[in-house]
Design a protein around this ligand. Structure first.
Ligand SMILES: [Zn+2]
Length: 93
């Protein structure tokens, strides 16, 4: 049995996940044009770490959208540094 809090949290996460998927469908990799959202990651343009994943889980949707727009979309091949972390939108369903 899921608690009410857990249900609210899941709803929130699903809604944010849909935002990210829609954004990535419109914004392929900025280098090679890769469109598979499971391969796409957000790359921060400055020294701040990209907080898209954190916003997805904990943030409000406007904060999430702000964060996505601030970051560049890169596929795993075009990232300057490889990352082992698999973001939520890239996990199997
Ligand atoms: Zn690429």
């Amino acid at each position: 049995m899921l608690s009410e809090n857990q249900k609210a949290y899941d709803r929130h996460k699903k809604a944010n996940l849909a935002h990210v998927a829609a954004y990535l469908q419109k914004n392929p990799c900025g280098v090679c044009g890769e469109q598979d959202i499971r391969k796409l990651r957000f790359l921060s343009p400055d020294e701040w770490p990209c907080a898209v994943s954190a916003c997805l889980v904990y943030g409000t949707s406007w904060r999430l959208v702000n964060e996505m727009e601030r970051c560049n979309v890169r596929c795993v091949q075009c990232l300057p540094k490889p990352t082992k972390r698999v973001p939520l939108w890239a996990k199997g369903r």
